[in-house]
Design a binder for this molecule. Structure first.
Ligand SMILES: O=P(O)(O)OC[C@H]1O[C@H](O[C@H]2O[C@H](CO)[C@@H](O)[C@H](O)[C@H]2O)[C@H](O)[C@@H](O)[C@@H]1O
Length: 259
């Protein structure tokens, strides 16, 4: 197993020493390498296997905390998956029944549903005007994808989408990797992690993610927690790894530290 960065290794050892912990992973760009088409993403087999093994350690809870909607997450992350899956950046939560009593997804109000309809209509115009731009539909958001467009067209499509939605109150725009997501839901990954921390009553949280929206997760972490940015770029996470390919060894180190 390759050596982990010494400071990350020390942080993991401290984390592993707690009785009850939560290990939460983002999906795209973290468990799965980024790919052109969202439907083609899959978790790296070694990551999925180590995550499953970790879930069997006494006192360890595991969760996927994803920007994807839950239906799409189920399609790209075959079983076995963690029992706790947070989708749509926190708008949807799939949790075991013993935890479910503490949470119910809030249905959209009639106003939010109408607003999402307007957002989608406007983004459909933008996507239709740019070659290789496409849309992804979520229960509370619509996402413009430009990964397959040429750089110039991608930049134009994103700018046009921002402009098209600028006058809509109640719509939050989320930047991501070659995407712009317009959501009418106002939760985020940080709120979801805090909810899990309290509900599971864990003493420490490890969260790994690669994208802009994962920063909300890193920002709620404290001294006992471990935040790991996957890839380069500015981040509130204290630690980083280079790519999703580094995650299996990190999880395996944690497994051996817990045993
Ligand atoms: O929070 P995550 O689980 O990382 O989800 C964030 C977004 O991931 C997906 O888009 C990203 O991955 C795609 C597949 O690799 C890639 O084609 C796209 O360019 C990336 O932005 C997903 O489609 C979005 O809905 C998620 O919000």
């Amino acid at each position: 197993m390759p050596e982990l960065d010494p400071s990350l290794h020390a942080a993991l050892a401290g984390f592993a020493g707690h009785q009850r912990v939560l290990v939460a992973l983002d999906f795209d760009g973290t468990m799965s390498p980024l790919v052109d088409r969202p439907q083609d993403a899959r978790p790296l087999p070694q990551t999925a296997a180590a995550f499953e093994q970790l879930a069997a350690s006494p006192g360890v809870y595991t969760a996927v905390v994803s920007g994807r909607n839950l239906q799409s997450l189920r399609e790209v992350y075959p079983q076995p998956r963690p029992g706790i899956c947070i989708g749509s950046h926190g708008a949807e939560r799939l949790v075991p029944s013993w935890l479910g009593a503490n949470w119910q997804d809030e249905p959209l109000t009639a106003e939010q549903t109408a607003l999402l309809g307007t957002v989608t209509q406007r983004l459909e115009h933008v996507a239709a005007a740019h070659e290789n731009a496409s849309l992804e539909y979520k229960p509370s958001a619509t996402v413009l994808h430009v990964r397959q467009a040429l750089p110039d067209a991608a930049a134009k499509a994103l700018a046009q989408a921002r402009q098209a939605l600028a006058d809509l109150d109640g719509v939050k725009l989320l930047d991501g990797k070659a995407v712009l997501e317009a959501t009418v839901h106002h939760g985020d990954k940080g709120q979801s992690l805090q909810w899990l921390r309290e509900t599971l009553d864990v003493q420490a949280v490890l969260f790994a993610g690669d994208d802009v929206t994962d920063e909300n997760g890193f920002r709620v972490l404290g001294a006992e927690d471990v935040g790991i940015k996957v890839g380069s770029g500015p981040t509130a996470a204290a630690y980083s790894i280079s790519s999703p390919a580094d995650l299996p060894d990190l999880l395996k180190s944690l497994i051996s530290m817990r045993n």
